[in-house]
Write a protein that binds this ligand. Structure first.
Ligand SMILES: Cc1cc2nc3c(=O)[nH]c(=O)nc-3n(C[C@H](O)[C@H](O)[C@H](O)COP(=O)(O)OP(=O)(O)OC[C@H]3O[C@@H](n4cnc5c(N)ncnc54)[C@H](O)[C@@H]3O)c2cc1C
Length: 450
C-alpha cells in the first residue's frame, strides 16, 4: 500500500491514526492499520483487492460523529476517509434534485438548497460536520423528522462500490419508480457494511414561507409527555416537537444561555412552518392543547433571531451534557407516541433503581428519546450499573413496540440488543443480506451484528 499511494493520501503513523481510532461514542477505541483518502474509484477498487488478499477490512468513514460506534475501526481495518469527496456535482432546480459526493456536509447541502429557495429538511444536531455519506450510513434524522421524515425520504439514488468490485448506480430522478426491489433502500442505514457510497442523488422540496417557534415549560416530565401525545392525537404535525428535561436545561443554560426556564422540570420546543395562515392556525391549536396540561409558561419566539437562538441552544444539548461527567453515553430508544408517558416514567424509575444519573432530551414528536447516562469509565461499578440500566431501557422500549435505535444505528454499541428486537427468522433474514453482498466480510465487519 505504501508503494501504491502518495504519502499525502495515506496515514500510517501511530499519532496520525489516533483521531481515526474512535468516533463520538464513548468507550469504543481501536486503532486502524492505516487511513486512506482515495482520489478515485480506482483507488477504492485497489484497496478492496488489497484488503481481500491481506486479511484486512475496510471501514468507510465520513466525519466520525457516529453515536453507536459504527465508525470505530476493528482489527485490521483500513479507514477509507471520504471527507475529501465533498463536491456538489449537479443542482437541478427543474427536477428539485441535488447530486453530491458523500463527503459533503449536511450544512453545505442545506445551504445549496437555500440558494434556490429550496429546502433539504434532514437536520441532525451534528449537521455542521456530519457528511451525507454518514447520514445515509445511519439513515440519520434530527429535529424535523416529525413532519419531514429522515434521510431515507430524501435519497433518490446513489452510486455504490460493492465489496466484489462492481460499481452500481441505484435509483433515478423520478418521483415514482416501481421497477423491482428498491435496492438503494438496502444501503440506507447499512452502516458501511454493504457498499461504499460514492455519489448521492438527493430530493429537495420548496422552502416553507414562514415559521413560528413556541417554548412551553412544565412542572413535571409527565405533563410535557402527555401534552406531546395529545398534540399527535389531535393530528397536529408541527415541523419539530422537542423535549428537554431539567438536567439538560440546566447544562444548556450553563454552557450557552438561551433563556430556557431553569425552574421548570421539562420544556417543549415546538416549531410550525408552512403558509403563513396555516402556521397561525396550527400555533393557535397547539396552544389550546398545551394549555390543558398545566404549563408554567407558553412563549412564542418574537423574531427569527430569537427562534435561531432557541434552536442553536437545543442543538448543543449533547455537548452541554458532555461536560457534566467524565463518560457520557447518549442513547436513542424510540416508542409509539402514545407510549411516551410510560417510557419517560420507566426511565425515571430505572435511574432511581440503579442510582445512575440519566438526563433526557428527545425528538418527542417522533417518540425518539435520548436518555443520556452520566458515567465514569474509571469507575467500574458505576459503569456496570449504567449498562444494566441501559439494557433495561432497551428491553422496555421493545416491550412497548418500540426500537432500540431511532436514528443513531446499531454499530458496536447496540448489536448485543438487536436480537431482542427481531424474531429469529427476521434476524436471519437481516444477516443473509450481508452474506449475499459481502460474503467475505470485507466491509465494516462486526457492526450491526457479528
Ligand atoms: C453532537 C452530535 C449530535 C448529533 N445529532 C444527531 C441527530 O440529531 N440525529 C441523528 O440522526 N444523528 C445525530 N448524531 C449522530 C451522527 O452525527 C450521525 O449519525 C451522522 O449522520 C454521522 O455522520 P458522519 O459523517 O460523522 O459519519 P460517520 O460517523 O463517519 O459514519 C457513520 C456510518 O456511516 C458509514 N459511512 C460513512 N460514509 C460512508 C460512505 N461514503 N459509504 C458507506 N458508508 C459510509 C460509516 O461506515 C458508519 O457506519 C449526532 C452526533 C453528535 C456528535
Amino acid at each position: 500500500m505504501i508503494d501504491h499511494f502518495p504519502e499525502s493520501s495515506l496515514l500510517i503513523s501511530k499519532e496520525d491514526l489516533i483521531p481515526y481510532s474512535f468516533d463520538a461514542t464513548a468507550t469504543f477505541y481501536h486503532a486502524p492499520l492505516a487511513v486512506l483518502f482515495p482520489s478515485s474509484i480506482e483507488d477504492i477498487l485497489w484497496v478492496l483487492k488489497w484488503a481481500k488478499s491481506n486479511h484486512a477490512c475496510i471501514l468507510p468513514r465520513g466525519s466520525g460523529t457516529s453515536l453507536s460506534g459504527a465508525a470505530v475501526p476493528q482489527k485490521n481495518s483500513i479507514v477509507l476517509s471520504m471527507t475529501k469527496w465533498n463536491k456538489i456535482l449537479e443542482t437541478d432546480p427543474d427536477n428539485l434534485t441535488l447530486l453530491v459526493e458523500p463527503g459533503i456536509t449536511t450544512q453545505v447541502v442545506q445551504e445549496e438548497a437555500a440558494k434556490y429557495s429550496l429546502f433539504y429538511p434532514p437536520d441532525p444536531g451534528s449537521y455542521k460536520i456530519s457528511t451525507i455519506g454518514g447520514n445515509v450510513g445511519h439513515n440519520s434524522g434530527g429535529i424535523r423528522g416529525l413532519k419531514y421524515g429522515v434521510t431515507r425520504n430524501y435519497v433518490l439514488g446513489m452510486e455504490v462500490v460493492l465489496p466484489n468490485g462492481q460499481v452500481v448506480w441505484l435509483g433515478n430522478k423520478c418521483v415514482k419508480d416501481s421497477a423491482g426491489y428498491s435496492l438503494k433502500d438496502l444501503f440506507i442505514g447499512s452502516e458501511g457494511t454493504l457498499g461504499i457510497v460514492t455519489k448521492v442523488l438527493l430530493r429537495l422540496i420548496p422552502k416553507p414561507q414562514e415559521r413560528q417557534v413556541i417554548l412551553a415549560s412544565f412542572p413535571t416530565l409527565e405533563a410535557a409527555s402527555e401534552a406531546t401525545s395529545a398534540i399527535i392525537k389531535a393530528a397536529l404535525i408541527p415541523s419539530a416537537l422537542e423535549f428537554l428535561d431539567q438536567k439538560t436545561i440546566e447544562c444548556i443554560e450553563a454552557y450557552s444561555p438561551a433563556g430556557f426556564p431553569k425552574e421548570s422540570q421539562a420544556v417543549l420546543l415546538i416549531e410550525s412552518d408552512g403558509h403563513p395562515q396555516a402556521v397561525r392556525d396550527e400555533i393557535t391549536r397547539i396552544n389550546q392543547v398545551l394549555k390543558q396540561y398545566g404549563p408554567l409558561e407558553i412563549k412564542i419566539a418574537e423574531d427569527p433571531k430569537q427562534q435561531e437562538q432557541l434552536w442553536s441552544a437545543r442543538k448543543v444539548a449533547f455537548s452541554a451534557l458532555a461536560r457534566k461527567a467524565p463518560t457520557v453515553l447518549l442513547e436513542d430508544v424510540t416508542v409509539p407516541r402514545s407510549s411516551l408517558v410510560q417510557m419517560i416514567r420507566k426511565i425515571q424509575q430505572i435511574s432511581k433503581t440503579y442510582a445512575v444519573e440519566i438526563a433526557v432530551y428527545a425528538h418527542m414528536g417522533d417518540g425518539n428519546l435520548h436518555p443520556v447516562f452520566l458515567g465514569d469509565e474509571s469507575n467500574k461499578d458505576l459503569m456496570e450499573k449504567v449498562f444494566r440500566a441501559m439494557k433495561e431501557i432497551f428491553l422496555y422500549a421493545i416491550k412497548l413496540g418500540g426500537t432500540i435505535t431511532g436514528e443513531h444505528g446499531v454499530g458496536l454499541a447496540k448489536k448485543e440488543f438487536l436480537a431482542y428486537q427481531y424474531k429469529s427468522e427476521e434476524f436471519q433474514l437481516l444477516k443473509s443480506i450481508k452474506k449475499i453482498l459481502d460474503p467475505e466480510n470485507l466491509l465494516n465487519p462486526g457492526k450491526i451484528f457479528d
